[in-house]
Write a protein that binds this ligand. Structure first.
Ligand SMILES: Cc1ncc(COP(=O)(O)O)c(C=O)c1O
Length: 392
């Protein structure tokens, strides 16, 4: 690899080049990583086997903890995020739970942003609280403005922007408060990807992703990844990767490497189409409020991405709006080719234990929109037609 690109990329072009070169593996000239579909790796001798078990070497041993295709993806993500190293998981939730369970123990406290991704909330409330971890939730502004908030807090769990509401944080300010309190900071960076936000550069300790979203980019993979320092990734590799076992499969890692290569142009197209649609949506009848992350290089956010939410006024029947959409599909998740709408009412109706949408009272007339890669004008026609059809 060209050494010029081994540090965090400082522009979208540099990042695109970095990603094109990120696979530096030795596989006979193949420009994509081979899919090493093997559960175990055999040794030539007793000595080589013992060296590996004793940690004197670090070759692949067993795919639950290490696999060459997965390592290629981890290495590319570490470079893209500007971290020392990375560890990949079978899902974003695998990454989040393995990270948080490695970093806290009973009696510790987590401070978390409000409107956190619903299953992260359920992880904290259903799994970690019963095991003696205390969790408090705060508006994003409190993480910036209240320097005492992190007093006694082991880990600050952040999203910027946060799910559904798209409030943002000044990452540098929060990282500085956290360092003063000895608090570790973890951010879910799925929304921005390293194209629009590189949290480690602002002093955040851990950046993690649901790689099922923009990193994969094609709605055909569920995966997660964590990027951080050698020390923190070692803590995860030592404890929760092997013992919880949520490892990434080699084929999924191959798909993610493929997704990474088009990440930069995809993110820019998502953003361009989103800007065009937001411009028109802002003054459209029936729209009460648009929640979208404000691009702010000072805060660490370099771009808008393709995800935002719209609050409609009383004149709009949300059910009718959704049923009138044609190009937009109705569904969870985001970050793939296809544009999606997720009405908050559906999330509020979710069965089972309380989710964060219910806890933090997301407005019922809100619809989250993911702008895909279809033509922006066609998307606008579809959305504006559906809103008009839904007005009472
Ligand atoms: C912001 C965010 N974080 C994490 C996740 C969980 O990721 P996964 O579905 O890959 O487990 C999601 C999934 O929708 C998400 O939106």
């Amino acid at each position: 690899m060209n050494s010029e690109y081994t540090s965090p990329a400082d522009s979208a072009d540099a990042l695109a080049t970095l990603l094109s070169e990120a696979y530096g593996g030795d596989s006979g000239g193949s420009i994509t990583p081979p899919i090493v579909q093997s559960s175990l790796f055999a040794f030539d001798s007793y000595e080589a086997f013992e060296d590996r078990m004793a940690g004197r070497t670090d070759t692949a041993l067993y795919t639950r903890v290490q696999n060459p295709t997965v390592s290629a993806f981890e290495s590319a993500m570490a470079q893209a995020e500007g971290g020392d190293t990375a560890v990949a998981f079978a899902s974003g939730m695998g990454a989040i739970s393995a990270t948080m369970l490695a970093l806290v123990k009973p009696g510790d406290r987590i401070a978390c942003v409000e409107h956190v991704y619903p299953d992260s909330y359920r992880l904290f409330e259903r799994l970690m609280r019963p095991f003696g971890v205390d969790i408090s939730y705060h508006p994003l502004s409190a993480f910036e403005n209240d320097p005492q908030l992190l007093d006694g807090v082991k880990v600050a769990y952040l999203e910027s922007p946060n799910s559904l509401m798209f409030h943002t944080l000044n990452l540098g300010t929060v990282a500085a408060h956290a360092k003063r309190h000895g608090t570790r900071t973890v951010i879910d960076n799925s929304w921005a990807t390293p194209v629009f936000q590189r949290p480690l550069e602002h002093g955040i300790d851990v950046t993690l992703h649901s790689a099922s979203k923009y990193i994969s980019g094609h709605s055909d993979t569920v995966a997660g990844v964590v990027v951080s320092s050698e020390q923190i990734i070692h803590e995860i590799r030592d404890l929760t990767l092997p013992l919880l076992g949520a490892k990434l499969a080699p084929f999924e890692a191959f798909l993610l490497m493929r997704g990474l290569r088009t990440l930069v142009p995809r993110m820019h197209r998502h953003q361009d189409s989103t800007n065009r649609i937001l411009d028109r949506l802002a003054s459209f009848e029936g729209v009460e409020k648009i929640n979208t992350a404000s691009v702010s290089p000072d805060k660490g956010i370099l771009g808008r991405s393709g995800l935002f939410s719209v609050q409609f006024d009383e004149s709009v029947d949300i059910r009718r709006l959704c049923n009138a959409l044609s190009i937009f599909k109705l569904g969870v998740s985001w970050g793939g080719f296809e544009s999606l709408a997720l009405p908050a009412r559906v999330g509020l109706a979710q069965a089972g234990a309380e989710n964060s949408m219910q806890r933090f009272k997301v407005p019922a007339n809100l619809v989250r929109i993911s702008i895909g890669l279809e033509g922006a004008d066609d998307l606008w026609k579809d959305l504006s037609h559906a809103i008009t059809q839904a007005r009472r």
